[in-house]
Design a protein around this ligand. Structure first.
Ligand SMILES: [Ca+2]
Length: 482
């Protein structure tokens, strides 16, 4: 013990000397060495319950559980209802409808305009090395017909290795903007994306970096390597999550081995709720109601864990309403950068919550099902809004078929839920709290005017020169008939 302490003391003095030397050498470029690193691990269709530390009864995730024990669990953290829009939200800090392609709400997997400012672009300005690995889904959704000019290397990332869209049928792999592999073995993807990330960490250990590691799994079609096959009590889906957990552990181990533990924020979360699938191919959102594509909590409230020893308090929990859209302003602030001043950024800086310096955050959160505003939350109150579009109308309506029948209900009058008392959204208390209903309806109206809705283009939605579009009478009639 004494030897260890002595060594620590010597090592500490050496480190201090090196740090002093380094600060002299880098005086011309101050603070670069102080800038923290960021690793965002983004899984696909992982439900709110699908981690040990979020209550899974049968899936074991010891590495992410340890990450939570050494960091903070976010219990009210929101992504978006489906893959592509969720990625647009995370990378731009904005609601997806605000950044939809040329205000085309039918494009549920946005072709993210290059005039949008991504987290990577902000961090690059601060001297960061940036890389994206895994699923992109912002250059079109197809494995062949994507737009090469919209791949990550055109959106602020120095490097990219991954796949343009979902793994519905097959996965093709791209390096930079060049397709390098067709029909890749999906059981290797979790490991291969992680390998790429580890290699990037090794090469950029001496400069601040941002890694966006967006796993293809556990989006169906599920695949798992031999080492994890049949191992989880949570079935096939559990095997896939446990392989992700193992590979999250590899990232954490490498960060530690490189001596970057206390200067690196590792953020783990999912892009939307679990896909409602038969058998053991889909995840779980218990105790939340609903699944992927819906605006019940299970559709977009996702598990989230953040770790940065010495910065984020260990074994802590944040219950404030937070979201993927908050990562852009938060990471920008932590890196000493700024958010773009020429546009609306919906997210807010949550570094105070992360560092345990505050525990409350006053902000509304809007639930969009593609182009349709479905709900609004403020504090513990959530208002499910009446459906205003034709039953067979917008794309959001069509997507209702992907949720359980009892969750695909058409809402005629506003429904109010107290999420603190009723996390499963079982009891509508609108009649008891008319003033809350009115308050939340007013917030919803503000969102409609600013961000938009299925029947209107928001005043603050972005087009970057493309013509503004509103539904004409003829189009509305077509919608009625389709
Ligand atoms: Ca997804």
């Amino acid at each position: 013990m004494f030897e260890k302490l002595l060594l620590t003391g010597v090592a500490g003095r050496l480190a201090a000397g090196v740090a002093l030397l380094a600060s002299c050498l880098t005086a011309a470029a101050p603070a670069a060495a102080d800038k923290p690193n960021f690793i965002v691990i983004f899984t696909d269709d992982q439900g709110y319950q699908d981690l040990g530390c979020f209550g899974s009864p049968d899936i074991e995730t010891p590495r992410i559980d340890r990450m939570a024990a050494e960091g903070m669990r976010f219990t009210n953290f929101y992504a978006q209802t489906v893959c592509g829009p969720s990625r647009a939200a995370l990378l731009t800090g904005s609601y997806p409808l605000r950044v939809a392609r040329h205000a085309d709400p039918d494009s549920i997997h946005p072709e993210l305009h290059t005039d949008e400012v991504t987290i990577a672009e902000i961090l690059k300005q601060q001297g960061y090395a940036t890389a994206a690995f895994g699923k992109w889904d912002l250059a079109g959704h197809h494995q062949f017909r994507y737009v090469p000019e919209l791949l990550p290397t055109h959106q602020g990332f120095d490097e990219y290795f991954g796949t343009p869209g979902s793994n519905d049928q097959a996965v093709n792999l791209i390096r930079g903007t060049r397709r390098v592999e067709i029909n890749a073995d999906m059981s290797t993807l979790t490991r291969r994306y992680t390998d790429e990330a580890l290699d990037f960490l090794d090469r950029h250990r001496d400069q601040p970096f941002f890694v966006y590691l967006a796993h293809t799994m556990p989006h169906t079609r599920l695949a798992v390597s031999e080492a994890f096959k049949g191992k989880s009590a949570g079935g096939f889906y559990g095997d896939v999550i446990e392989e992700i957990d193992f590979n999250v552990g590899r990232v954490l181990d490498r960060v530690q081995q490189l001596g970057l533990d206390e200067n690196t924020y590792v953020i783990f979360t999912s892009d939307n709720g679990p896909w409602l699938l038969r058998g053991d191919h889909g995840g779980h959102a218990d105790p939340l109601r609903g699944a992927k594509t819906s605006c019940w909590e299970g559709g977009l409230r996702v598990p989230c864990v953040m770790r940065a020893p010495g910065r984020i308090p260990a074994a802590s929990q944040c219950d404030a309403v937070t979201a993927t859209i908050d990562l852009l302003p938060t990471l920008a602030q932590l890196a000493g950068g700024t958010v773009p001043a020429d546009r609306v950024i919906d997210g807010v800086d949550i570094s105070g919550l992360m560092h345990g310096e505050q525990d409350q955050l006053q902000r509304p959160f809007y639930y969009y099902q593609h182009d349709s505003l479905r709900a609004v939350r403020a504090g513990k109150w959530k208002l499910m809004l009446p459906h205003t579009e034709p039953v067979q109308g917008s794309i959001a309506t069509k997507w209702r078929r992907h949720v359980a029948k009892e969750d695909a209900v058409r809402i005629g009058r506003p429904q109010l839920y107290d999420l603190d008392a009723d996390i499963g959204e079982t009891t509508n208390v609108a009649a008891e709290h008319p003033e809350k209903v009115a308050e939340l309806m007013e917030l919803a109206e503000q969102a409609r005017q600013d961000i938009g809705d299925h029947d209107r283009f928001g005043a603050g939605a972005r087009t970057f020169g493309a013509p503004r579009r509103t539904l004409s009478g003829e189009q509305a009639a077509n919608n009625q008939g389709r």
